[in-house]
Design a protein around this ligand. Sequence first.
Ligand SMILES: Cc1cc2nc3c(=O)[nH]c(=O)nc-3n(C[C@H](O)[C@H](O)[C@H](O)COP(=O)(O)O)c2cc1C
Length: 161
Amino acid sequence: MNVCIIYHSESGNTRHVAQHIAEACRGQLVEVTDRTEYGRLTGFLVRCKMARGEETTVVEPGSIDVSGYDQLVFGSPVWAFKPTPAIHAAIDTLKGCEGKRATAFCTHGGKPGQTAEVFQKWIEARGMKCVGNSGIHQKDIENEKKTRELIETLVKDLPSA
Ligand SMILES: Cc1cc2nc3c(=O)[nH]c(=O)nc-3n(C[C@H](O)[C@H](O)[C@H](O)COP(=O)(O)O)c2cc1C
């Protein structure tokens, strides 16, 4: 199975997990970067406000063509109980995603809130089938057992090592 893992990560936790998923399923990684300049003092609140409002933002790459993949995996940190504006923008601007199987994961600090439901809503709004949704606490990202469980929820039929 040909898997594309599309993720946003600001401080590296989600990137770390995405890299493990890619290794396990021999998938292609695409990192989405947020081009918004968040102020040093107000940045935390602005990020939270944008995430709460389910806003999008300017991202790099501006659009990802996923027509060559069988399955997509989306990854995001939790910001104010929801996925980030950057991953929202990436999902919104995908090309060739209609009808594909998709799963999503988040990394969080203990309160993922509505992240799974919101991910599912955005995935289905783009005509994909949401077939799995999971999260991992930031303190568990080095835990092999928990990471393995997360990966098995997200990608079926993993190739043997
Ligand atoms: C702006 C902001 C808002 C956050 N809001 C939440 C939250 O609502 N719930 C939670 O469990 N963690 C929250 N966190 C913690 C992050 O989700 C967590 O540290 C995550 O693993 C960071 O991923 P990254 O290193 O890939 O950026 C927040 C972090 C930031 C920077």
